[in-house]
Design a protein around this ligand. Structure first.
Ligand code: SAH
Length: 254
């Protein structure tokens, strides 16, 4: 069956998910009954889970894998951010060979873009980096990324999501300069992994989707970190439901 995920037609049988935080993806592993597969590399904490989602009479089977960068042994927290995400995704792509890579997780949203806690966005337009400021010819635009998103209307509708511009950086706390960037580029999701995974997927020739759920609002007086902590578990549940909805749609679509 052809893909209508944007770009040239491709069959989708194998779907790889990358979540930055265990709390964001643990529910989906349980819900799909995936098996633990151990480490993606013996020297790294990155780990993965996989299994088959049965199609039944109305659809095809899908092979699904979920990977995490794992816990940092020195600091005792999830290895969030671009470097661990890219390394983990690379290892997963080589091991599992997905037809579609999905970066699912949480993000900071913007009230000016109509977001509220629990809103779901799919990466559209271009993926940007907001913290790679390199004022040199060519490197300035390389820093910002502008990696095209390939996503079409039917995927957005299947997820019940809005399409929005996702911007990635390795800091949770934004600078004043970054806030200007968010305004100027009409950013709708601020997070810490998607653009680097979009770049990797482009290099490897693998279809890519970013699906992000809003845990906190960047342009709201409540500090992002307290909103994030308060909403993480509830919003991860909403995200999980939408990802199940997306998998169902991929299984049965013509
Ligand atoms: N302080 C948190 C860690 C949050 S890091 C804790 O102790 O658990 C934020 C993670 O969620 C990143 O993986 C990022 O992609 C996403 N995220 C959610 N809201 C974000 C925001 N406002 N800015 C940047 N990343 C955000």
């Amino acid at each position: 069956m052809p893909s209508d995920l944007g770009g040239p037609p491709v069959e989708i049988h194998r779907i790889g998910f990358i979540f930055a935080m265990r709390a964001e993806g643990a529910g989906l592993i349980d819900r799909l009954g995936l098996q633990e597969r151990g480490r993606l590399d013996p020297d790294l904490p990155a780990c993965w889970f996989s299994g088959r989602v049965e199609g039944g009479p109305d659809g095809r089977d899908l092979e699904v894998a979920i990977a995490f960068a794992g816990e940092d042994p020195q600091h005792g927290c999830d290895r969030i951010g671009t470097t661990p995400a890219t390394l983990t995704a690379y290892l997963l792509c080589r091991e599992f060979r997905p037809d579609l890579l999905i970066n699912a997780g949480t993000c900071g949203g913007f009230q000016r873009a109509g977001a509220s806690i629990g809103s779901i966005f799919v990466g559209g337009g271009d993926f940007l980096f907001h913290d790679r400021r390199i004022p040199l010819p060519k490197f300035d635009e390389f820093g910002i990324g502008r990696i095209p998103a390939l996503v079409d209307e039917s995927v957005r509708a299947a997820l019940g999501a809005e399409s929005g511009i996702i911007s990635t950086g390795d800091s949770f706390a934004p600078t004043a300069e970054e806030r200007v960037f968010f305004e100027r580029e009409r950013v709708t999701c601020k997070e810490m992994e998607a653009a680097s995974l979009a770049g990797l997927s482009r290099d490897l020739g693998i279809r890519f989707l970013a699906v992000k759920a809003v845990t906190d609002l960047v342009d709201h007086p409540e500090p992002e970190e307290s909103a994030f902590a308060r909403n993480l578990s509830r919003v991860s549940q909403i995200l999980e439901d939408r990802l199940i909805q997306l998998l169902e749609w991929i299984r049965v679509r013509e």
